[in-house]
Design a protein around this ligand. Structure first.
Ligand code: SAH
Length: 212
């Protein structure tokens, strides 16, 4: 999967994408991530944002620079390319969306806004799908882009190692334990549930299902 991110803050992604499973997926070439910064298309004294027509607080990101950034993106196959623009009022992102995207596309373009958002003509011209990651308003679309990269990547074959297999394809539990068997904390003993030490796989699976 090739991710293409249009953002005025590409550095925000650095440490998250360098570490752990995603860092390994990039190294192993299971995924690639490229950044396109609309700011780099501003001439000296030009601003990437402007005052909103119709008034109101906050600044709006200007369309030309986002379209110029988009024009630099080279994808494998237009029919297998998805264009996403983040918006708190967009379609809600979920596991089914991630699964479907991992299967259907070779390239995913994500456009991250800031301030009051991006001039609406960008979405119209590119016919981008508006996607929200939840019912709250963030300061920008960079976290949403990282959420999608993370969630879609773990649906791609070979990204998760055998110790990190997909929750959706096994019995998993939100309540998990490791050593020590008995944890002492402020004069109290906290034990691991007996069933997990029993070696009885059937009982363990049943316990996990009940804990879901
Ligand atoms: N004024 C806008 C909100 C702008 S928030 C409105 O009322 O809709 C600034 C940017 O953050 C947005 O352009 C979007 O890219 C991103 N953003 C904020 N919350 C988000 C969410 N819940 N899901 C996806 N993107 C979000």
């Amino acid at each position: 999967m090739r991710f293409h991110i249009i953002t005025i803050f590409p550095e925000m992604f650095d440490s998250y994408l360098r570490e752990s499973i995603l860092g390994r997926a990039i190294k192993d070439k299971k995924i690639s991530i490229k950044f396109y910064n609309p700011m780099s298309f501003c001439k000296p004294k030009e601003h990437v944002d402007g005052r909103p027509y119709g008034g109101g607080p906050g600044m709006v990101l200007r369309p030309e620079f986002f379209l110029q950034a988009f024009s630099k993106i080279k994808t494998k196959d237009k029919r297998k390319t998805k264009i996403i623009l983040f918006s708190p009022s967009g379609k809600k992102f979920d596991t089914a969306y991630a699964k479907n995207s991992a299967k259907k596309y070779t390239d995913i373009v994500m456009i991250s806004g800031r301030y009051e958002g991006i001039d609406a003509r960008v979405q119209k011209i590119l016919k981008a799908e508006e996607i929200s990651i939840g019912d709250y308003v963030l300061t920008g679309g960079e976290l949403p882009a990282m959420v999608l990269i993370d969630c879609i990547s773990r649906q791609i074959k070979g990204v998760l190692g055998k110790y990190e297999s997909l929750e959706e394809e096994r019995v998993s539990s939100s309540e998990v334990y490791t050593r020590p068997e008995v944890l002492k904390y402020k004069n109290k003993n906290y034990k691991v549930p007996k069933v997990l030490l029993s070696g009885n796989h059937k009982l363990i699976e049943e316990w996990k299902k009940a804990k879901k």
